[in-house]
Design a binder for this molecule. Structure first.
Ligand code: GRF
Length: 194
């Protein structure tokens, strides 16, 4: 099974996915919309092909997403995992990869969608936040939830300590959920063939 990761940041989740033992898919492509992002260096280190683009170079999302669909198809990609890709996904990708685009978000959705979810939770003074993995739809962090894991916010926590705790969970939860999703979908495919 071939998969692609979309990421634009430091790439700690991307790295956790590709370094995960017994991952049941091959990450054949990194898509990145921020030239210069650190995640690109990680891909290069692991010899994973990258497609780096600047959305502003295209007249619309539909135009660049059509190109992305072609890249993904020609690489044989069947799953798309978002890991810090800070853009909404449009109909070109959503229709082609229906039910196959997954995102990780650092809060217990539906709480604190959007940017700086950890900062939002911290500001709100919650005593619990966490990580959500969900299917992607046209909204911002709104698709059906696949898995959630909570993280306590303690009295003497800072944003940094909470962030570190959240990231630690992200790095084990995402590869685990990827394996589960692919196992389930392969099992369904086999059952259909019988
Ligand atoms: C993660 O917190 C993820 O949940 C969010 O963006 C962040 C990406 O971090 N969607 P990294 O680039 O994987 O370190």
């Amino acid at each position: 099974v071939k998969a692609c990761v979309f990421a634009s940041g430091t790439g700690s989740n991307f790295q956790a996915i590709i370094e995960s033992e017994n991952l049941n898919c091959e990450i054949v492509l990194l898509v990145c919309d921020k030239p210069g992002a650190r995640v690109i260096e990680i891909a290069e280190k692991y010899s994973i092909p990258t497609f780096v683009f600047h959305p502003k170079d295209y007249t619309s999302k539909a135009v660049y997403e059509k190109i992305l669909v072609e890249k993904l198809k020609s690489a044989g990609v069947t799953w798309v995992f978002l890991a810090g890709y800070m853009r909404l996904i449009g109909p070109e990708l959503l229709d082609t990869y229906e039910g196959k685009i997954v995102n990780i978000h650092p809060s217990l959705l539906p709480d604190f969608p959007g940017k700086d979810a950890i900062g939002q939770a911290f500001q709100a003074g919650v005593d619990k936040t966490g990580v959500t993995i969900h299917f992607v739809d046209a909204g911002m962090d709104t698709g059906p939830v696949i898995a959630q894991e909570s993280v306590e916010v303690l009295e003497n926590d800072t944003i940094h300590t909470v962030t570190a705790r959240i990231q630690k969970i992200e790095h084990t939860l995402y590869p685990k959920v990827i394996n589960q999703l692919i196992n389930e979908s392969e099992a369904t495919l086999c059952a259909k063939e019988l």
